[in-house]
Design a binder for this molecule. Structure first.
Ligand code: PLP
Length: 392
């Protein structure tokens, strides 16, 4: 028999994480609501107690809807195994807690998601773990930031306000030479557009709340781990009792089925809109690594399989009142935190406020757009009217 060509991601999102024959032929794994699992005999109960039972043991330790999602995401990304947790924030913070101990030092990108940073500042420090921040564009020069006790490097690429692309392979090479682990927040790219484990990452985390679930109605995180890091993460996940619910995993599995299709469309729409914005006289710069000529494009092209639909815009200097006039009057774009859903969003951002070791001075105020599944021409019309209000 000849070896089969590996299936493509667009197919895998539909085939992974389901087993109709196990569930009376149902295409999708049902939602399992169970805490107690019953054992018919003492022998089986004792086997479960000793971890020698291969069925379910207790709801907290893995229900089929949850494990199907975990296995699907782990396989899509090429990791060893995955854990589902109640939010993206749990996914970013649990590895920081599980993979460090008092006296260790953690290096964190200066453009890290704000709540992850606050967790480091308040909780890692309180536990006696040193934290310092590094320039996301540092590449292999991150070596200079290492201390004798550096155990973990936290990467987020691209950053979700300013979209710096990190040289993850270079950072991972330095980290591994120093016996440190690399954890990436891979929410922007999803497992489809950045194969974190091919770039030397040890743990890849996702706010499945965003593109994977895709409909702005789910809070969920997924932690994908290498074989070496999985046991410590699984230990912490079990001991904190922090599984995601079967309902949320069901919705994320449903979202996963259309992830590749949605991302194709959202990628194309976002590029079209980014290109249109770049030509506008009111726009100073478009922050979109998938856009030729934009910051980070070369590295993005080297490492990524696609660009999702979240990007930034730097406007020429204009008052906050005019920006409010632009945004308040939009009809298709809404304003709200989060992104990755089917609906387009836009917000003003203030990236200079959240960093400490790098400066952000692009020469004008920033906006962030999340492009949804609407027709891009309608979105452009909405934006055109908005941009006209900037100077009205
Ligand atoms: C939204 C987000 C998170 C957190 O996800 P929640 O499910 O909202 O907790 C983590 N990282 C990034 C980059 C995000 O955008």
């Amino acid at each position: 028999m000849t070896a089969k060509r590996p299936r493509k991601p667009g197919t895998l999102v539909g085939t992974l994480g389901r087993a109709p024959r196990k569930w009376l032929g149902a295409v999708s794994t049902p939602v399992f609501h169970a805490s107690t699992i019953l054992f018919p005999t003492v022998a089986e109960l004792l086997a479960a107690m000793h971890g020698e039972h291969d069925g379910l043991t207790y709801g907290l330790h893995g229900l089929p809807t949850v494990t199907d999602l975990q296995n699907a995401i782990a396989e899509l990304e090429g990791g060893h195994a995955a854990l589902a947790v109640p939010s993206g924030l749990t996914a970013t913070t649990l590895p920081l807690l599980a993979l460090t101990k008092p006296g260790d030092h953690v290096l964190v990108t200066d453009v890290v998601y704000g709540p992850t940073r606050r967790f480091c500042e308040l909780h890692l420090r309180r536990l006696g773990i040193e934290v310092s921040y590094y320039d996301p564009l540092v590449g292999s020069a991150i070596e200079r930031e290492f201390r004798a006790n550096t155990k973990l490097v936290f990467v987020e690429s691209p950053g979700s306000l300013t979209f710096e692309v990190q040289d993850v392979s270079a950072i991972a090479a330095v980290a591994h030479a120093r016996n440190a682990l690399v954890v990436i927040d891979n929410t922007w790219a999803t497992p489809l557009f950045f194969r974190a484990f091919d770039h030397g990452v040890d743990v890849s985390v996702h706010a499945a709340t965003k593109y994977i679930a895709g409909h702005s109605d789910v809070l969920l995180g997924v932690i994908v781990a290498s074989a070496a890091t999985f046991p410590a993460l699984h230990r912490m996940w079990t001991d904190m009792g922090i599984t995601a619910s079967a309902d949320e995993c069901f919705l994320a599995l449903r979202g996963l089925r259309t992830l590749a299709t949605r991302l194709d469309r959202q990628q194309a729409s976002a590029l079209k809109i980014a290109q249109w914005l770049r030509e506008r006289p009111e726009v100073k710069e478009v922050l979109h690594p998938g856009l030729p000529g934009a910051r980070g494009h070369a590295l993005w092209k080297r490492d990524f399989k696609g660009a999702t639909s979240l990007f930034g815009v730097v406007l020429h200097p204009v008052s906050e009142t005019r920006i409010a006039a632009m945004l308040d009057g939009l009809e298709l774009f809404s304003m709200g935190f989060s992104w990755g859903g089917f609906e387009s969003l836009i917000i003003p951002t203030f990236p200079e406020r959240s960093r400490t070791v790098t400066t952000w001075a692009p020469g004008g105020p920033c906006l962030r757009l999340a492009i949804g599944l609407e027709d891009p021409d309608d979105l452009i019309e909405d934006l055109a009217a908005g941009v006209a209000r900037l100077t009205a």
